[in-house]
Design a protein around this ligand. Structure first.
Ligand code: DAK
Length: 260
């Protein structure tokens, strides 16, 4: 499918989705959100894809936020619709059974930070800058930032970012657990692809179930979450991957997983 604001390549079972609106620092307008939503629906069912990487085009920005020019004149109902679309996109990403890695190559502000938060892991370049500057514009984060940021880095740090609107650099993002890894800008995509390759080598069924266990379990109390984990653990034993993984270990050979 052809997109106006996205570039998608698929290689080695890894899809790289590049937000491509460099003139607006890859800001998220409605079309970009709709395209991201469509892309994730397609990638979720594409058997050639096991891991998805999201990045931004250019060297300056991952995504500089929701598109301020497009949002400026929204009325309340339009704003709610726009926020809902953003939420759906983040859910498409977070709820995708396949792991999604953000490769953050510069500014990840507002909706851009929220997009990175919707991903499972964030590998960031040394020039990355994170922030939730919505209060500077008289609004609050609208694509889940108030919720996901607090869940990832804790209430105090999330409130500091959201209430001051200040940006933090890559080192600080790493320190507070917002970034998984910080690498030189020219190593960013390679590092994300290397992480994808490591994951692709594992049992695909187990990888997907593990993502589900962590994501959904975090929203449950510990007893229920552990019970949920037990159910998913049991489900692993209905897969050929489990049989192959354990057999291969006992035969001292690499496993040949099929994802079945
Ligand atoms: N939207 C639209 N255009 C943007 C943009 C954005 N978020 N960010 C940058 N641009 C555009 C600039 O206007 C400029 O366009 P031209 O003037 O060249 O036409 C071009 O990108 C280059 O930007 P700069 O000239 O400003 O570049 P600098 O290097 O000087 O500065 C910057 C880079 C990232 C520090 C600066 O551009 C900046 O501060 N950008 C805005 C960052 C920001 O405030 N992001 C948060 C956006 S608000 C909700 C739904 C969603 C949301 C909230 C509520 N509801 C419906 C309730 C989410 C809100 C946000 O994400």
């Amino acid at each position: 499918m052809a997109y106006e604001n996205l570039l998608i390549t698929i290689e080695n079972k890894t899809a790289v989705v590049t937000l491509n609106r460099p003139k607006a620092l890859n800001a998220l307008n409605e079309l970009t959100l709709l395209e991201l939503q469509g892309a994730f629906i397609d990638l979720a069912k594409d058997d050639e894809v096991q891991v998805i990487i999201i990045t931004g085009s250019g060297e300056k920005a991952f995504v500089a936020g929701a598109d301020i020019a497009a949002m400026r004149s929204l009325d309340a109902l339009e704003a709610r619709r726009f926020a809902k679309l953003g939420h759906q996109v983040m859910q498409n990403i977070e709820g995708c059974l396949k792991p999604v890695i953000a490769a953050v190559n510069g500014f990840a502000l507002g909706g851009g930070c929220e997009l990175a938060l919707g991903c499972d892991m964030r590998i960031v370049s040394e020039n990355a800058r994170f922030g939730q500057p919505e209060v500077n514009l008289g609004v609050i984060p609208g694509f889940g930032g108030t919720q996901r940021l607090a869940r990832l880095v804790g209430k105090g740090r999330a409130l500091e970012l959201i209430l001051t609107g200040e940006m933090i650099d890559a080192a600080e993002a790493y320190r507070i657990g917002l970034a998984n890894k910080v690498v030189a800008a020219d190593q960013l995509l390679e590092t994300a692809k290397a992480m994808a390759a490591t994951i692709i080598n594992k049992g695909p069924c187990a990888v997907q179930l593990a993502k589900q266990a962590v994501r959904n379990g975090l929203e449950m109390d510990l007893d229920r979450a552990n019970q949920y984990e037990s159910e998913l653990f049991g489900l692993c034993f209905a897969t050929a991957d489990q049989k192959e993984g354990m057999q291969a270990f006992l035969e001292k050979r690499p496993a040949n997983f099929t994802g079945a």
